[in-house]
Ligand binder design. Structure first.
Ligand SMILES: Nc1ncnc2c1ncn2[C@@H]1O[C@H](COP(=O)(O)OP(=O)(O)OP(=O)(O)O)[C@@H](O)[C@H]1O
Ligand code: SF4
Ligand SMILES: [Mg+2]
Length: 367
């Protein structure tokens, strides 16, 4: 279970997003073919890293993906960035399917969608000076002169809280937090619309995490940036995100606005994650839900609800046989679990034979 720090509440410190949708992920799947196995008999094994997920991100909004290690967060990010090709589903940027973009469209997309990764020690080339690291995207993608690039690099370093003279230094001459600032400066160089933040603070000392989170929040306000924030730390997600999707074994099992999701989690898995986090106030007493066992293999996931072997609220055959479907349970709050009537109805509607599976009808009502 995820080790946690205190979870702060309230979104007043965040940017106010617009209604304009920047990124749409629709029914995205990323399966990896596994070598060996029983491919010889036509029974090829697949690892379902991302298994039919959908979400969108608005302009100026941070959407968080949270879940235990291996649930498919980074694979989702890589697929959006074009580093992996989807097995199925579409990714649309500003309304256009990226797989159908022409060369110019793809070039614009690459400028407009940038990334900051977890490890500031390995993500910066140790042999390049900071001015080259931050200026490289400008050299590749623009016709700016050397002088214009040098000026822009100085401005970017200032914007992320560094000093322009530090452009002459190498990455090893900086602390972890400063290196992450360099990575953020580089990601901003082409004025992107969307930045994918994959665990941007988890490799940093706890004492400087808040500084980097606040920098990201401030930069979002300044440039009306959209963020896809990937994290396993709930405190980071709650502090930075407007909306959150909870992933388990390649699927989103619950998503919603940040405060309702944290204050009234619906899915048993989300409840367990939150119960393992420290409460926002010492007077709040919370019983920790310890989940039994490990996350199952995405190569051969359990039938029915993939969470059923660990679920403390499992209903019975129904959970073992019928895969639940995501459905709105409250406005802006969606869950995939048979404990909730809309989700159960959606699952039954998808699988006609499900009516035969026994379940206590009263258990199928929302608690
Ligand atoms: N190139 C690949 N080939 C085969 N399997 C892969 C590949 N990349 C990722 N996987 C598998 O896909 C699943 C999801 O991995 P992913 O890196 O997306 O998880 P994650 O949620 O980012 O985990 P973490 O919190 O540890 O970073 C894992 O089971 C992983 O082993
Ligand atoms: S569908 Fe069943 S096993 Fe899955 S989370 Fe809900 S109660 Fe638990
Ligand atoms: Mg990851």
């Amino acid at each position: 279970m995820v080790a946690e720090t205190t979870v702060a509440t309230g979104l007043d410190h965040l940017n106010a997003p617009t209604d304009e949708i920047v990124l749409t992920i629709d029914s995205l799947k990323k399966y990896y073919g596994m070598g060996g196995g029983f491919a010889f008999f036509g029974d090829k094994q697949e690892l379902k890293a991302v298994d039919d997920i959908s979400f969108h991100i608005r302009r100026g909004e941070t959407f968080g993906l949270v879940g235990e290690s291996g649930c498919g967060k980074t694979t989702t990010a890589k697929t959006v960035l074009g580093l992996e090709s989807p097995t199925a589903g579409t990714i649309s940027f500003e309304g256009q399917d990226i797989s159908t973009m022409d060369r110019v469209g793809k070039k614009n997309f690459r400028s407009n969608v940038q990334a900051v990764f977890q490890d500031p020690w390995s993500s910066l080339n140790p042999r390049m000076r900071v001015r080259s690291i931050v200026g490289e995207p400008l050299e590749i993608a623009t016709s700016m002169t050397k002088k214009q690039i040098a000026d822009r690099v100085g401005d970017l370093l200032t914007e992320v809280g560094l000093n322009p003279y530090q452009a002459n230094l190498y990455p090893h001459e900086f602390s972890g937090g400063q290196r992450q600032r360099i990575g953020i400066a580089r990601s901003l160089s082409l004025n992107p619309e969307l930045i994918i933040l994959d665990e941007p603070v988890s490799a940093l000392d706890v004492s400087i995490r808040a500084q980097i989170m606040n920098l990201l929040v401030d930069l979002q306000k300044e440039h009306n940036l959209s963020y896809l924030l990937i994290a396993h730390n709930l405190a980071t997600v709650r502090y930075m995100c407007h909306r959150v999707g909870v992933m388990y074994l390649g699927k989103i099992v619950e998503h919603g606005d940040t405060d309702p999701l944290f204050d009234n989690a619906l899915h048993p898995y989300t409840k367990a994650l939150i119960s393992a986090a420290l409460p926002s106030h010492p007077d709040i007493v919370r019983e920790e839900i310890i989940l039994p066992g490990e996350v199952p293999s995405p190569i051969n996931p359990p039938s029915g609800c993939t969470f059923n072997p660990r679920c403390p609220m499992k209903i019975g055959d129904l959970c073992e046989q019928l895969p639940p479907k995501l459905a709105d349970e409250e406005e802006g709050h969606t869950v995939s679990c048979h404990l909730y009537s809309n989700s159960l109805e959606a699952a039954r509607a998808q699988d006609g034979g499900a009516a035969a599976i026994s379940a206590e009808p009263e258990l199928a009502a929302a608690e």
